[in-house]
Design a protein. Sequence first.
Length: 371
Amino acid sequence: MSAKVLFVDDDDANLVVCEAACGDDFDVLTATSAEEALSHLRREEVGVIVADQRMPGTSGVELLERVRVEYPDTVRLLITAYTDVQAAVAAINRGRVRRYLRKPWEPEELRAELTDALDVYAMSRKLSALEVRLRETERVYALGVVAASIAHEMKNPMQWVTNSLSFAQRELRRLAEQPLASSIKQQLEEVEASLTDTRTGVDRVVDIVRGVEMPTRSDSGQLRPTDLAEVLRLGLRLVSGELMRCASLELDVTCAPKVRASSTKLGQVVLNLIVNAMQAVATRPRSENVISVRLRMEDAWSVLEVADNGPGIPEDDRLRIFDPFFTSKVGVGTGLGLAISRRIVEEIGGSLTAGRDERLGGASFVVRLPL
């Protein structure tokens, strides 16, 4: 969509002349008052506004001053038939106008000025977009530095846990070899199975810690075929106890696709999305809560969808929900899970989007990964 030129003048005849002179070369809008001009600005992308100084009610300078505050990228021009030095000074100081023009103007001169102004607007928009990307890059880098520091501090404690689990498993196996009652042996087998699950979870944490020790490092170049269904099953197994206490699970795995990814990082995404769904319904009784996990294929994509029947995502939060450190749940989580998950997914050419689940009415997160 091309940016428009907005002429503002209380005289309809002047607007007709402006549109006739510039309508063939530019997408022109007209307004006869400041209120109508602001209405255009709210609905349209206006690259340049050309305002007459002498208008009833709000003057051209006052209008351009407001535009400067609310639409800073829009280039502002002031035009008048009067020799008004004070208006020119005010236009420069208050409205930050690019040019102060006097009537009668030459059509060629006005068209050239509008062309230059639209070029300035386009560059200003590009600069604004680059500033947004720069701020996001800085936040992601800060996230990496914090994560690397935390990972470094976690290494030794996790090694102690790993060593302790290994010792407990060895002793259980040794004890199981002794002549014991069958009921006791069965209990030992159940304990060993539980320790095996714990060891799996600890190994997953250790892998994650290794992956974030260097914030600028990415292992996206070392991808291997990964069974997404198996990653999903393991993720559900790790949170099965808490999930059973929290909600009813609807599981629909219609395929077992393999994607090129890091199983550890993909498992991190799965866990983040499931935990996020559990947090969304955690304040209600289990009998009222439903969490849906579906895995399917669409063309050349593997699609994982995690949805819940919680309150959903407020409209104001949808643009910020993947920002690092953003959270709408006071005292719950760090606001990093979704930001990390999107980064992991995008590193392997996929996408992670958020929306509303039409069937359950709550939040829906959809991961799309290339096969």
